[in-house]
Design a protein around this ligand. Structure first.
Ligand code: 13P
Length: 241
């Protein structure tokens, strides 16, 4: 399966910064093999998608609402993301689970909304530092998978241990491989398409560690935060895939 390298720009960059970054990534990409995705802030999605048009690099959203339209002030529907040029949407990121109190059930409803709008969901799962220290990481991730994906999941799962996000701390290769193997087993057990679902790793992926992480069994790509904001770093991660 072709690896997917996805950049999550989170809440960073104004219009000009994002346009420059998208142009730099586009022009540096050449004909590299992995599938590449950029998820800019929603206000810049249409502009970034237009810059990426025809390059093979796809654009995506960082969240969507469960409803297609209606009286939901401040929200953005999956159909609106699709209309603005998105092909993927990140759902259930740990920052949203923590800051917006998103539950597994809410994430599952968003997955359904995304698929209905022809977006491919990237569902984030992952344990906290306390969960890892207590040896509960598989229980937590298993619960996220059971509750967030819905019955016939067709999308991408991103394993992002919360303690590795933006910290420079990365699990050992053995720990990443063990968790990805666990996720694969759970997906195969519970989902009709579980054997083909791509499983990304996210959390402090950098040019210096990307090749080792991306070579691990069952790691089908990376979800990159900070390093995706620097064109050369993001391109180096893409080249490592
Ligand atoms: P960092 O790469 O900055 O650790 O962020 C990872 C992440 O949260 C991607 O969604």
């Amino acid at each position: 399966m072709r690896p997917l390298i996805a950049g999550n720009w989170k809440m960073n960059g104004l219009t000009e910064d994002s346009a420059n970054l998208a142009r730099a990534i586009r022009s540096g990409l050449g004909d590299l093999a992995p599938e590449v995705l950029i998820c800019p802030p929603a206000t810049q999605l249409a502009a970034v998608a237009a810059i990426l048009d025809g390059s093979g690099i796809l654009a995506g959203g960082q969240d969507c609402h469960t409803k297609r339209h209606g009286a939901h002030t401040g929200e953005i529907s999956a159909a609106m993301l699709r209309d603005a040029g998105a092909r993927y949407v990140i759902l259930g990121h740990s920052e949203r689970r923590a800051e917006q109190g998103e539950t597994d059930a809410l994430v599952a409803a968003k997955v359904e909304a995304a698929v209905a709008a022809r977006l491919i969901p990237i569902v984030c799962v992952g344990e906290s530092a306390a969960d890892r220290e207590a040896g509960r990481q598989e229980a937590v991730v298993g619960r996220h998978l059971a509750g967030s994906l819905g019955a016939e999941f067709k999308g991408v799962v991103a394993y992002e241990p919360i303690w590795a996000i933006g910290t420079g701390r990365v699990p050992t290769s053995a720990d990443i491989a063990a968790m990805h193997a666990f996720i694969r087993t759970e997906l195969v057990r519970a989902q009709p398409a579980g054997a083909e679902t791509r499983i990304l790793y996210g959390g402090s992926v950098k040019p210096g560690n990307a090749a080792e992480i991306l070579a691990l069994p069952e790691v089908g790509g990376a979800l990159v935060g900070g390093a995706s904001l620097v064109a050369e770093d993001f391109l180096a991660i893409i080249r490592a895939a």
